[in-house]
Design a protein around this ligand. Structure first.
Ligand code: HEM
Length: 260
């Protein structure tokens, strides 16, 4: 993500250790549910803030500091190799009509948060599920190894054509959604119809992703790792599955920008 966003790799795969910036993301993430609660009951903000362990608060600060350093460094560097920041800076002109420095920082932080732990969680979750299901793992290994003769052959386009691999990714996202909570949205002043129900204006609504993905109202054998539910061979057995309830990247105009 650091490479994609700021054009500079953190080298974590080559040195096998966590960069402190990435490490601090865990602390940052732990504050998010507390912020959710505070938004719903502003009266308890002071109490909850006092209860947050000092170590976690420190990690949040560290994360912001590293993000600021990266943003400043990238802003100072001219490059011909496009990265996400190339697009961000197009909207940060000096005349004051573009993104303010604080907005640049929050975008830098957002990209690192949104792209790192999500992808890593999905891959960890799926690896776990495959290890618990050796027959499925075997089938996946066969599919991958018979499709490619070398590592360089494994392009994004070719990988996206592997049916079983993609079914595994879908099933992994269902059982192990990296963003498990519901994402709050507020109804407009005059109220709105949500899922067939009239909801008063100013109400926060959300659809918890984990619950929807594991509910027996939506899925046959919801706890079972069954990638075949996403394949033609499982069409009959899993005909009752409500696939439209699977939205690990959220839904609507503000859904995940990294989904594809
Ligand atoms: C398995 C991987 C991922 C999952 C499950 C995931 C999930 C999500 C979800 C649920 C949201 C919606 C937040 C909302 O509605 O408020 C979101 C937003 C976002 N994601 Fe992802 N994400 C993943 C990977 C990525 C990657 C790789 C990137 C960057 C390339 C990325 C960038 C973003 C950004 C920028 C937003 C905010 C979009 C906006 O507010 O308009 N995500 N992601």
């Amino acid at each position: 993500m650091a490479d994609l966003t700021f054009g500079e790799t953190l080298g974590q795969l080559s040195n096998g250790s966590y960069n402190p910036w990435v490490e601090s993301i865990f602390g940052y993430l732990k504050i998010i549910p507390i912020a959710y609660i505070c938004r719903s009951w502003p009266g308890v903000t002071g109490l909850l803030n006092a209860l947050i362990p000092a170590g976690i608060k420190e990690q949040r600060k560290t994360h912001m500091r590293f993000s600021k350093e990266r943003v400043d460094k990238r802003m100072a560097r001219k490059t011909d190799r496009p990265d996400i920041w190339t697009f961000v800076t197009r909207h940060s002109d000096a005349e004051g009509t573009g993104l303010a420095p604080t907005e640049l920082l929050s975008n830098g932080t957002l990209f690192m948060l949104a792209g790192t732990e999500t992808t890593a969680s999905e891959l960890s979750g799926l690896t776990y599920l495959l290890l618990r299901n050796p027959a499925q793992l075997e089938r996946l290994i066969k599919e991958v190894r018979s499709a490619f003769s070398s590592f360089d052959d494994m392009t994004m386009t070719k990988l996206s054509q592997l049916e079983f691999l993609n079914a595994c990714l879908e099933e992994g996202l269902r059982l192990y959604p990296p963003l498990a909570v519901g994402l709050p949205r507020t109804t407009p002043k005059g109220g709105a119809k949500v899922c067939g129900h009239w909801v008063a204006g100013g109400t926060t609504v959300q659809a918890p992703i984990y619950a929807a993905s594991r509910s027996s109202s939506n899925w046959k054998d919801p706890e079972k790792f069954a990638p075949e539910r996403f394949l033609p061979e499982g069409k009959q057995e899993y005909a009752s599955d409500r696939k439209d309830s699977l939205n690990p990247f959220s839904f609507g105009p503000r859904n995940c920008l990294g989904k594809k």
